[in-house]
Design a protein around this ligand. Structure first.
Ligand SMILES: NC(=O)c1ccc[n+]([C@@H]2O[C@H](COP(=O)([O-])OP(=O)(O)OC[C@H]3O[C@@H](n4cnc5c(N)ncnc54)[C@H](O)[C@@H]3O)[C@@H](O)[C@H]2O)c1
Length: 353
């Protein structure tokens, strides 16, 4: 027998909150029970969903009593709102990063544990079939032992992006915390934990309090090395969003943004091209490389994440990114920021969650 739809609310009705609302209303497994945003101007675009709109999160939770809530506020507010939800036994999908500090992340993990609620952190890229297929390729051993990874996140943010003050001030703002948290989370998900980071950043182009360009060098627990080159102020096609075509806001292209290197072959993402020698006898730079391509059926990872969250709320699945996992990705982001501040390498210690 079909189960009744899960009653979901959204707290924070900005850019990503609105996308979640569209997806919820299109999904038969859940329904939108209410919206909360402290900014009364959000009513003008929330009204079209025909659900109650609140400015106070407590009022939303107490009146509508949703089973689960999506927290899509600025990063600074995540922990306090998650605690309110947990105390009322409301399951949580919390946008990435889980919080803007380890203290905030630990509060969320503790509140969820103490009140027996599920936390799914919105690292939605892990739900992308291209990412899942890349993980299979890396785990299959067909590239041999992973030796190196190169990731690019280079693009031009639109002129109005930094008009939102929280995005260009610390703590809580800046491309490392808002954007590169995705690359860092994917690096962990695809290639394993990171042992050490050394990052250098520049704000020379935008002259903001937050960085606009970074070079991050990482050593993984496996011994492989990785580099991430990022800039949000350059006309460039080499970003995850534009090359995977997963976000309709970005003009798409067919370039790559990540490269994986192993002792037996190399692999491009998201073109999914694997390069290897044709045989063990023809091995070395004097021989031709053969290219093969994995074919992947694309799907919207935000939609897949919502479907997964519904199954998590129904206790049919464990969260793909639980609070502790999200906290580990945050710890890596904070290590990058710490390395920039100290101008020195930073070790990821066992004391992280
Ligand atoms: N998964 C993704 O790809 C993705 C993309 C964008 C943003 N995000 C994350 O989503 C979150 C929001 O980002 P955004 O770009 O949508 O921000 P935004 O500024 O567009 O929207 C945030 C909204 O939250 C509201 N708000 C602030 N404090 C509140 C409170 N206490 N209670 C209720 N509402 C409150 C603001 O008024 C605003 O409307 C951030 O954590 C960000 O990192 C994730």
């Amino acid at each position: 027998m079909a189960q009744p739809p899960i009653r979901l609310s959204i707290v924070g009705f900005g850019e990503i909150g609105q996308r979640h609302a569209e997806l919820i209303t299109a999904d038969a497994d859940c329904l939108l029970a209410g919206i909360c945003d402290v900014d009364p101007r959000c009513r003008s675009y929330a009204d079209k969903f025909g659900v109650p709109v609140y400015e106070d999160v407590k009022e939303l939770l107490e009146t509508e009593k949703p089973q689960a809530t999506i927290i899509a506020t600025p990063n600074r507010q995540h922990a306090a709102i998650a605690e309110l939800c947990a105390k009322q036994s409301i399951h949580i999908l919390i946008e990435k990063p889980i919080a803007d500090s380890m203290e905030g992340a630990n509060r969320i993990v503790k509140a969820a544990h103490d009140n027996h609620v599920q936390v799914l952190v919105g690292h939605h890229r892990r739900h992308n079939p291209l990412v899942q297929e890349t993980r299979l390729a890396l785990q299959s051993g067909e590239l041999g032992k992973l030796t190196a990874v190169s990731m690019f996140w280079t693009l031009m943010k639109p002129i109005n992006y930094y008009q939102k003050q929280w995005r260009c001030t610390r703590p809580g703002g800046g491309p490392t915390l808002i954007n590169l948290v995705h690359e860092l989370d994917l690096l962990r998900y695809l290639c394993g934990e990171v042992r050490q980071v050394y990052a250098q950043a520049s704000s020379a182009a935008r002259q903001l309090a937050v960085e606009d360009t970074l070079s991050i060098s990482l050593v993984l627990e496996s011994g492989a090395v990785a580099s991430i080159l990022a800039s949000d102020t350059t006309p460039s096609p080499w970003s995850y969003e534009a090359t995977t075509r997963e976000n309709p806001l970005y003009f798409p292209n067919d370039e790559n943004c990540y490269y994986f290197f192993g002792t037996l072959g190399s692999f491009t993402f998201p073109q999914m091209q694997r390069w290897r020698y044709t045989s063990e006898k023809a091995f070395g730079w004097q021989h031709p490389l053969e290219m093969s391509q994995r074919v992947v059926v694309r799907a919207d990872p935000l939609k897949s994440q919502l479907e997964h969250f519904c199954r998590v709320v129904r206790e049919e699945e464990r969260p793909i990114v639980d609070g502790r996992d999200g906290a580990r990705s945050l710890a890596l982001v904070l290590a990058v920021l710490e390395s920039i501040r100290r101008q020195a390498p930073v070790l990821l210690t066992d004391s992280q969650p």
